[in-house]
Write a protein that binds this ligand. Structure first.
Ligand SMILES: O=CCCC(=O)O
Length: 325
């Protein structure tokens, strides 16, 4: 994710100060080391890895007049704080914040492909990406079939050490992440959802078993809060209008996915989903060249394709005195 920002910033002629998350400083440090080896001059890419004074660092980056632009990837609440601080110097700001991606499967979908895509979209990185499916809505005619096929595949996952060949899924980033998944499972089950697979953490670890919940009610926490973990939440719907309303009933709008073989519906639903990125008959949309970003409280601006604009200003120069008539 840093390269998506940094590549554009360097191409626009900027230097950069990067504050990686306290839990994952190494990829940013490795990137800086590789840049040095490749001949990038000192001072062009600067990393501030810190566990301490995180608020002060964020404030300095937002309020210091030398810095002309702030870009952030992370949660919506932190994004709002930074946006507020950056207002003091009217900096350019771009934000890639959280999502709550709907994944919709219509009766006319290819169910095999939809199940495979749900796995890619939901369980990539054990569900820890901002574009992972969070709410899986399946139309009633194929609901039972989809649920049982998804559950069968997820039951075959093997969590464990990533260096072992048969491991399919690793741990969550920290224990707080495990607790959040557990809270979403407990809340949904207390409100009537069924556990088809998984449903619990592995004690004394940061692993949570890949989980499929069925019949998750609309008032479950998972429908209003991104889980960021390996929890597939299934909900049945009847009509296109109903599912569009459910899908859009959130303050955020990063990614959305749906499956249908009706070309009219494909265009209609792609336009009606209030998100910045739509996967129509695919569960994978991330690529370096796409305009990556969201609408509503999922963010401001785009990375990747069109991303360089975020680091540039438009300047008008009007020439007079050229002897032209
Ligand atoms: O977590 C956000 C970015 C995920 C991705 O690049 O697909």
């Amino acid at each position: 994710m840093i390269t998506r920002k940094l590549g554009a910033a360097l191409a626009a002629g900027c230097t950069a100060v990067i504050k990686p998350p306290p839990e994952t400083p190494f990829s940013a440090l490795a990137l800086a080391e590789l840049a040095t080896r490749a001949g990038v001059p000192d001072g062009v890419i600067n990393i501030v890895p810190t566990l301490k004074n995180v608020v002060e660092v964020g404030k300095e980056m937002c309020e210091n007049k030398i810095i002309k632009k702030v870009t952030f990837t992370g949660s919506t609440p932190v994004a709002k704080l930074l946006y507020g601080m950056a207002a003091s110097t009217l900096k350019k700001v771009s934000i890639e914040a959280g999502g709550n991606a709907p994944f919709i499967v219509f009766d006319d979908a290819n169910v095999d492909e939809a199940v495979e895509a749900a796995i890619v979209s939901k369980f990539r990185g054990s569900g820890q990406t901002c574009v992972c499916a969070n709410r899986i809505y399946v139309q009633s005619g194929i609901y039972a079939d989809f649920a049982s096929r998804l559950a069968e595949k997820v039951a075959a996952f093997k969590v464990g050490n990533g260096l072992e060949e048969d491991t399919t899924h690793g741990p969550l980033i920290h224990i707080r992440a495990v607790e959040k998944v557990a809270r979403h499972v407990d809340d949904a089950v207390a409100k009537g959802a069924q556990i088809l697979v998984g449903g619990k953490a592995i004690p004394n670890s940061s692993f949570f078993l890949p989980t499929v919940l069925s019949d998750v009610p609309a008032n479950a926490q998972i429908n209003s809060e991104e889980t960021f973990g390996p929890l597939a939440s299934l909900c049945k719907f009847e009509t296109e209008d109903e599912v569009i309303e459910l899908a859009n009933n959130t303050d955020v709008g990063l990614a959305g996915y749906f499956f249908s073989r009706d070309v009219g519906r494909v265009w209609r639903v792609a336009e009606r989903l209030e998100v910045g990125m739509v996967g129509a008959n695919t569960g994978a949309l991330s690529q370096a060249s796409i305009p990556f970003g969201g609408v509503k409280e999922s963010g401001i601006g785009r990375e990747g394709g069109h991303g360089i604009e975020e680091y540039m200003n438009t300047k008008l120069i009007v020439f007079g005195g050229l002897g032209l008539r």
